[in-house]
Design a binder for this molecule. Structure first.
Ligand code: GCB
Length: 579
């Protein structure tokens, strides 16, 4: 769905619906409080908040201001996980599939200016073979031996299934609810639906404006960072030229931003953008013609209390910690993040690899290959939402699919998505899909991408604790990649580390081992020119579902969950100072 990021300006108004709403599990009679925006899961000690599988209901009253007469009004949900049904006074006004991208519900015919109504949002947290991200449908316990075949264990699993188990096929807690902002938006009845900007470093800006309604002329004015007019034009599409353009460069350059001020009839929208070009050439990744090396840990949207809920304070803290680390990028593992984060990264010069929520597609036919059309829709919506951000330099189609069990079948699934991403992106950014540690010699998908992104856990999940063997093995694999003549990013590598656990001998789980692990891997990376990036896993410790491999979540953070640096954070800070 095309929906511009909400904005208050001379033509548009919005009401933020953040606050405490009524909340209940479907079937309950009583309502209780829940904060919006936030995941609901950490908001109560009631165990159902963590384990419930099904529909929860949120409710509150909304009123359209009487002075909004003559305007078009809609509700805008930035993200409700995973499926959402929206009702006004009991009538359905919207349904949306997928928890990480925005949608709108028009209020025309449902609520008039001056009126009050009851707004209900039903959020379904169930994950399955039909959702992105994917749920196991109780088949296999993720990250835990499920002792297949033992009659008593099988009986226990059957009981779990009957009760409606909702286990993820991915390694992060299934936070859900209304976890991103909800707003009522007013625009003129004829309004600007969408703006597309394709700048190039010579100062030319190709633009397109989509409108709802045809009365009125479209005008566009490009403002520089001081608010001075740099170029202007008229019409729904065209090319403008900015004299002496200033480029958007990732830090430590200058992330210079322009603003496209678009008017149409009585409507106005101000779209920030940056001038930068990205291109893959041989084994190099070029931003504005200069070789760019990616270095920065992958992230999650994850914090205590908020869960996956949008938290601008946390975002600013995290990005300042990226600056502190001398990091220049992250991947939005494993789903598109809240829009506020991309706006912040535009401004701060942090580069993003933007990922769809296609994760958990690891186990053949039933895990994902039925989802091609839906997956393509999600990809289209992500590109539509994020296409104008200069910080976004590459699309990731998903994380760690099984591409080597049935290599041809996997290729038939993924390559058309790769082509679709290129077709759908007006800026035609490079496209990738992140590969898991697999039979890279059998896989056809990963090597067919513009940039090869590989997650590797030598010295952790395999060759555990033996960093010499890990280096030896990793070097053998890098020898193989060298022959593929593609740029390679190590898109995940890491070691679970309990903050404060030390050892004179660097053994697994100690802070010393985490540093030794990264020293070992870096030694291998630094020998290869075609390696254009390193993205440690993960920026911070994060919540996962329970399992015998997860003591209070995933501990591979360079920081603890409350953002205290482990020794490895200091180590990377020093390393990246010199890159
Ligand atoms: C991976 C996954 C990531 C996990 C990580 C781990 O390969 O992509 O989601 O959290 O490994 O720590 O096991």
């Amino acid at each position: 769905m095309k929906t511009l990021y909400p904005q208050n300006n001379a033509a548009r108004m919005m009401l933020d619906l953040g606050g405490v709403w009524d909340f209940r599990f479907r079937g309950d009679t009583d309502w209780q409080p829940a904060a919006v925006p936030a995941s609901y899961n950490d908001q109560s000690p009631d165990p159902r908040f963590r384990s419930f599988a099904g529909i929860v209901e949120y409710r509150r009253k909304i009123t359209l201001p009487a002075c909004w007469k003559g305007l078009r009004a809609c509700l805008r949900f930035d993200g409700v996980a995973h499926n959402a049904r929206v009702l006004l006074n009991g009538r359905e006004i919207a349904f949306h599939r997928g928890g990480f991208l925005p949608f709108e519900a028009e209020l025309e015919g449902f609520l008039a200016p001056g009126e009050t109504a009851e707004l209900t949002v039903e959020a379904d947290n169930r994950i399955s073979h039909d959702t992105l991200p994917i749920g196991t449908e109780g088949e296999t316990a993720f990250f835990g031996s499920d002792n297949p075949g033992i009659p008593s264990v099988e009986a226990g699993k059957k009981l779990q299934q009957e009760r409606g188990i909702n286990r993820p096929a991915f390694d992060f807690f299934n936070y859900t609810g209304i976890h991103r902002p909800v707003r009522i938006i007013a625009t003129p009845r004829q309004f600007i639906r969408d703006i597309t900007l394709v700048p190039s470093t010579d100062g030319k800006v190709r633009y397109g404006v989509e409108t709802e309604g045809t009365e009125g002329r479209v005008r566009i004015e490009i403002l520089d960072a001081e608010g001075k007019t740099a170029a202007q034009g008229e019409g729904r599409e065209g090319i403008l030229t900015i004299p002496e353009p200033r480029l958007w460069e990732p830090r430590p350059g200058t992330p210079y931003l322009y603003c496209a001020r678009v008017t149409f009839g009585g409507d106005l929208y101000e779209q920030p953008f940056g001038i930068r070009e990205v291109k893959v050439e041989g084994t190099r990744f070029l931003i504005n013609g200069k070789a760019f090396r990616f270095h920065g840990p992958c992230k999650h949207e994850d914090s205590p209390f908020h869960g996956r809920g949008t938290d601008c304070c946390l975002n600013v803290t995290d990005i300042n910690l990226y600056h502190w680390l001398n990091a220049n990028c992250f991947r939005t593992s494993h789903y598109p993040y809240a829009e506020e984060m991309y706006r912040l990264c535009d401004r701060e010069g942090i580069v993003i690899v933007d990922e769809t929520p296609a994760v958990g597609m690891w186990a053949s036919e039933q895990y994902g290959w039925n989802l091609a059309d839906y997956h393509k829709q999600v990809l289209a919506d992500m590109i539509a939402r994020d296409k104008n951000h200069p910080c976004v330099v590459m699309w990731s189609l998903g994380n760690e699919p099984d591409t080597d069990t049935m290599p041809d079948r996997a290729y038939e699934y993924w390559y058309p998505l790769y082509e679709a991403a290129h077709r759908m992106d007006p800026q035609d950014r490079p496209v990738t899909v992140v590969g898991c540690q697999n039979r890279y010699d059998r896989d056809r998908v990963i090597r067919s991408m513009d940039v090869v992104m590989i997650n590797r856990y030598y010295g952790w999940y395999n060759l555990s604790g033996d960093l010499d063997a890990a280096k030896y093995a990793f070097r053998r694999e890098l020898d193989w990649w060298e022959k593929q003549n593609k740029p390679v990013i190590l898109s995940e590598y890491g070691a679970d580390t309990v903050a404060g656990l030390h050892g004179a001998v660097a053994e697994m789980f100690t802070e010393e081992y985490q540093v030794a692990f990264y020293e070992a891997m870096s030694e291998c990376l630094d020998e290869r020119d075609f390696v254009i990036g390193e993205m440690p896993w993960n920026f911070a410790d994060f919540a996962t579902c329970q399992g015998p491999m997860r003591a209070g979540g995933n501990r591979k953070g360079l920081f603890t969950r409350d953002r205290r640096p482990k020794m490895a954070a200091h180590w990377f800070r020093e390393r990246w100072k010199h890159l």
